[in-house]
Design a protein around this ligand. Structure first.
Ligand code: 13P
Ligand code: SF4
Length: 309
């Protein structure tokens, strides 16, 4: 009798044979995070992708993150379990109006959130993630006008934190975070009066105004682990519960549903499944393929971001 390998065993075997690394964003399904070599936020995963010296990067996240990995480490094969794993922020920001803006406002620095297409990155002066957006904007001379894109909530948060007046903000939004209703956060606070509220900066301003801590996915996890508080209302995608439970098993975490789905899940992130991960490691498809030219142009703003301390 032959033992039937589980999908997880198949993936681990393929990973070895392909000399692959599995990078997973915090919003992936727990069974994917379980198998990953690294679980992290978009900045941490970009750094890990850049430093990898094997053959294949299996990027369990969304497509723009995998494109970033390819630009930072162009000699590796980069695959994603599902080609349709996009992001509403990427979709809210096509490249043509950005090129037009650049033509009309050559004096503006274009600061793009990493949640953008490779074409938009290539038009940008510097990139940022939710973890370093304030530092990135502060690294630009104060007299230089800025176009910040595409997330309006992150942009407003950065403007408030930096006091930067000469900053125009694109009006894109995340379908998960932008639809967290402040009313539901207030209800959760009334139900759990001792809980701290932690929020991702893509949340709307009235939600951020109730937060005790605002930060990227990994920053939220680190803050909750270090805090003395025993319970937290977590205003981001519920996939972070995997790491929260690991780093703070005795604390309680409450998630607030958004208006769209009565859940707090990113439908793009959740397109990736274990089966699709196994299949992409087998066929090495869907694979990120980018022209030399676009990679060269996108690398400059990415490297500028990574150089910001
Ligand atoms: P992080 O940079 O915090 O990982 O966020 C990425 C993202 O897509 C948030 O919705
Ligand atoms: Fe994009 Fe929002 Fe999903 Fe993050 S949670 S990948 S910003 S749609």
């Amino acid at each position: 009798m032959f033992a039937i390998a589980t999908i997880a065993e198949e993936i681990l075997d393929l990973k070895k044979r392909r000399r692959a690394i599995l990078l997973a964003h915090h919003y992936q399904e727990p069974e994917i995070q379980e198998l990953a070599d690294v679980v992290g936020d978009s900045l941490e995963l970009a750094r890990k992708a850049r430093d990898f010296s094997g053959d294949v990067i299996a990027f369990c996240g969304v497509w723009f993150m995998a494109e970033t990995a390819k630009v930072l480490n162009p000699n590796r094969i980069v695959v994603v379990p599902d080609r349709e794993a996009s992001c509403s922020l990427v979709e809210s920001c096509p490249v043509e109006p950005i090129r037009e803006f650049r033509g009309k406002h050559p004096d503006h620095a274009i600061v793009s959130y990493i949640n953008t297409s490779i074409e938009v990155k290539a038009e940008s002066d510097i990139l940022c993630t939710s973890r370093n957006a304030v530092k990135v904007v502060n690294s630009i001379p104060p007299e230089q006008p800025i176009l910040f894109l595409p997330d309006r909530n992150l942009g407003n948060y950065v403007r408030k934190e930096t006091g930067r007046e000469n900053m125009q903000i694109w009006q894109g939004s995340c379908i998960v975070h932008a639809t967290f209703p402040a009313r539901k956060v207030a209800e959760a606070r009334a139900e759990h009066p001792d809980a701290m509220v932690v929020a991702h900066p893509e949340c709307p301003e009235p939600v951020l105004a109730m937060a005790d801590f605002i930060g990227s996915t990994s920053a939220i996890i680190e803050w909750c682990a270090a805090s003395d508080a025993p319970e937290f209302i977590v205003m981001t995608e519920s996939g972070v519960n995997y790491s929260l439970a690991r780093v703070a098993p005795h604390k309680r975490f409450y998630f607030v549903a958004n208006e769209n789905c009565n859940c707090s899940e990113c439908p793009y992130m959740k397109l990736n499944t274990l089966e699709k991960l196994r299949d992409c490691l087998t066929s090495l498809e869907p694979r990120v393929e980018l022209s030399e030219e676009i990679m060269r142009r996108a690398l400059t703003p990415l490297e500028r971001m990574l150089a910001v301390k």
